[in-house]
Design a protein around this ligand. Structure first.
Ligand code: ADE
Length: 275
């Protein structure tokens, strides 16, 4: 038995070719991931194999018709293990944010079905009817609009697959990832270096060559603080005072971040207080 079954229903199965490559491709070849691609048009009944129609109420663009999606989801459900249902993941910019937490949650489920849409989206009744039969998660990979959900499926499957036991060579390699629950929650990973120790006149930070694991870990954490401060003020705003040791708070104050008791968050010392 594979660790996870994934079904994808799409009008562009060839868009998902990258699932044969690299980490996900290897996980499939090893039998850890069981991926099934389905062409939505095989559930159309007209000669033109129509999957879209004009929106009720008017407006630009086209909407995906409910009948082919309904039939496709029926078939996916019937093809899986008896008595089990998949979690249906619908990529859409209107969904909840796809985060590392959501990737972890989905990685713990044995069966996922993805329903990427083209055009203006899928007739709402498809999602509502599916939700009476299986868990449904509508998820967005970011605040921008793609031409279709297929690329979002590639993003999500890759993020999920690397969390499955035994898929990454080193089980510890996701512990230090940006956003990993625990010490890295709400924190971006800092810079990394490899050999040679000097390249084009640039040296690797000396501490990394010291062999002093405690000091290296502390340095990495401080680099993570600096990067997060520089790139993601929204994450800094979530930090809690208790998550940091006294020494770490000193490092934060060197970056110009001090705990503001009244606001209940770390604030740039340079930042003006709002009236
Ligand atoms: N489909 C179109 N844009 C998308 C996005 N940002 N996330 C997920 N699915 C999408």
């Amino acid at each position: 038995m594979s660790d996870m079954r994934i079904d994808v229903v799409t009008i562009f199965p060839e868009y998902l070719e990258p699932l044969n490559v690299s980490l996900v491709g290897k996980a499939r070849a090893r039998g850890q991931l069981d991926v099934h691609l389905h062409d939505l048009r095989s559930w159309t009944t007209d000669i033109h194999r129509t999957v879209d129609d004009t929106p009720y109420g008017g407006g630009p663009g086209m909407v995906m018709k409910p009948e082919p999606w309904g039939a496709a989801l029926d078939a996916v459900l019937a093809a899986g293990p008896e008595g089990e249902v998949p979690t249906l993941v619908v990529p859409t910019p209107s969904g909840r944010r796809f985060t590392q937490d959501l990737a972890q949650d989905l990685a713990a489920r044995p069966w996922l079905a993805f329903a990427p849409a083209r055009y203006e989206g899928i007739d709402r009744r498809v999602i509502e009817e599916a939700a009476t039969r299986m868990p449904v998660v509508e998820a967005s990979i970011g605040d921008y609009v793609l031409a279709g959900g297929e690329v979002a499926v590639l993003v999500m499957v890759e993020a999920i697959a690397r969390l499955l036991p035994g898929v990454l060579g080193n089980a510890e390699s996701h512990r230090d990832d940006s956003f990993a629950p625990g010490a890295m929650a709400d924190l971006l990973e800092g810079p990394v270096y490899t050999k040679p120790a000097e390249w084009r006149g640039r040296e690797v930070p000396e501490i990394l060559l010291s062999g002093h694991h405690g000091k290296i870990a502390q340095w990495r954490r401080e680099q993570a603080f600096a990067r997060t401060h520089a790139n993601r003020p929204d994450l800094v705003a979530r930090w809690q005072r208790e998550s940091f040791t006294k020494k770490e708070r000193e490092a934060l104050s060197v970056l110009g971040l001090a705990w503001d008791e009244a606001e209940g968050r770390f604030r740039s010392v340079a930042e003006p207080v709002e009236e």
